[in-house]
Design a protein around this ligand. Structure first.
Ligand SMILES: *Cc1c(COP(=O)(O)O)cnc(C)c1O
Length: 377
């Protein structure tokens, strides 16, 4: 099975981890700060805080933002559930606004319409690696005195009008899970230019501890153990050197898919210019009646060795959110997007032969599914 995403690990990555295994520090050592400094430099930001995964990164950002019971934050339903659930940990209420179907990203006007006196933060997600409309969100955040927290788990290495992702929002959260732009196994980080926010996240990452003289330390807040190890940071440092090459390869895959699908009427390719996205995902949407065959198409692709996925089940459809009172129909555009979407394999080491296999298998499966749709009249 060709997976929809996977890591690329080479000898330089392996050597970096082995060297760290032989060093004095497996965790809380020098690699953590080196990785943070390299990330911050890459993104053109003052500070990076490494955390144990992308969910912990979002949680730390929400903590630093001061989200608490009674507060609301506005986000998209077309994301991994952690974007919203990490806010529940702070007692805050996620408010879902609808997407722009052209991109899959949170629609700034739909988000603005959901602002109330309880809103504290806007949390757009860079769906599939394409930056959300950050200028619009920034302006709305400024107009209403809100924090802009960007879930950039898909978009490390992407640019937005010449600015690196990570340098635009008040806080930007990244994930280093193996399917993401770079990996540390599990891992994450938050980038910010604000020293006070950075300090809060560092405290939160280590049990809410502030250090004093000699053996003294004090637990100041209800922190977590969300540290990233030196082994992981060594891998991250090595992967970061390869990031631009990873993105170039992902863009090659996207170009090849776009060229193949240009004349296929049954599906809408992932929209957007190649250089506008980090291409974490390549999501096709089935058009017209074929959308009713999404499950069949999905199953046939899987049966034929193409490890497709679906991104995403609208977050508020999950039982946890149903129990909290969210209902189907809340964001109709996100629901329609979900219902016709299939994510094709895209990752740096996907070979041209594998790309051809994806294209040819999809062509065959679509022909069979279209033949099964009764003609009109
Ligand atoms: C992967 C992901 C997360 C969570 O990251 P983990 O490292 O798996 O905890 C959050 N939001 C989005 C959009 C993601 O893709």
């Amino acid at each position: 099975m060709i997976p929809y995403g996977r890591q690329s690990i080479d000898d330089s990555d392996i050597q970096a981890v082995v060297d760290t295994l032989r060093s004095d520090w497996l965790t809380q050592g020098p690699k953590v700060q080196q990785f943070e400094e390299a990330l911050a430099a890459y993104c053109g930001v003052k500070y990076a805080v490494a955390l144990s995964n992308g969910t912990a990164a979002l949680h730390a950002a929400y903590f630093a933002a001061g989200l608490k019971t009674g507060d609301e934050f506005i986000t998209t339903p077309l994301t991994f559930a952690a974007t919203a659930t990490a806010g529940l940990w702070q007692g805050a209420t996620p408010v879902f606004a609808d997407i722009d179907p052209a991109t899959g990203n949170l629609d700034p006007r739909a988000a603005e319409a959901k602002i109330t006196s309880k809103t504290r933060a806007l949390v757009p997600v860079d769906f599939a690696g394409r930056p959300a409309d950050l200028d619009a969100f920034r302006k709305t955040a400024q107009d209403h005195g809100l924090l802009l927290i960007e879930d950039a788990c898909h978009s490390l290495g992407a640019d937005d009008h010449g600015r690196r992702i990570g340098s635009i929002a008040d806080m930007t959260a990244f994930s280093f899970h193996p399917v993401k732009p770079i990996t540390t196994g599990e891992g994450g980080a938050v980038l910010t230019n604000d020293a006070a926010l950075r300090d809060k996240m560092i405290e939160f990452r280590m049990h809410g501890i502030r250090r004093g003289e000699d053996w003294m330390y004090s637990v100041e807040s209800q922190g977590q153990n969300y540290r990233l190890t030196d082994l992981q940071c060594a891998l991250g440092l090595s992967q970061l050197k390869r990031l631009d090459a990873f993105i170039a390869k992902r863009r090659d895959v996207a170009r090849r898919y776009n060229a193949a699908f240009k004349t296929w009427g049954e599906l809408e390719p992932q929209p957007g210019r190649i250089e506008d996205s980090a291409w974490h995902l390549y999501v096709i949407r089935l058009r017209g009646k074929l959308a009713t065959k999404r499950q069949e198409v999905f199953q046939a692709l899987r049966k034929n060795g193409i490890g497709v996925q679906v991104h995403y089940i609208p977050v508020y459809w999950h039982p946890l959110y149903e129990k909290l009172g969210y209902r189907h129909g809340l964001c109709p555009k996100a629901e329609a997007f979900y219902e016709s979407a299939i994510s094709l394999p895209i990752f740096p080491d996907l070979t041209p032969a594998q790309q051809d296999e994806v294209i040819q298998t999809l062509r065959r499966v679509l022909d069979e599914s279209c033949a099964a749709i009764p003609a009109e009249g």
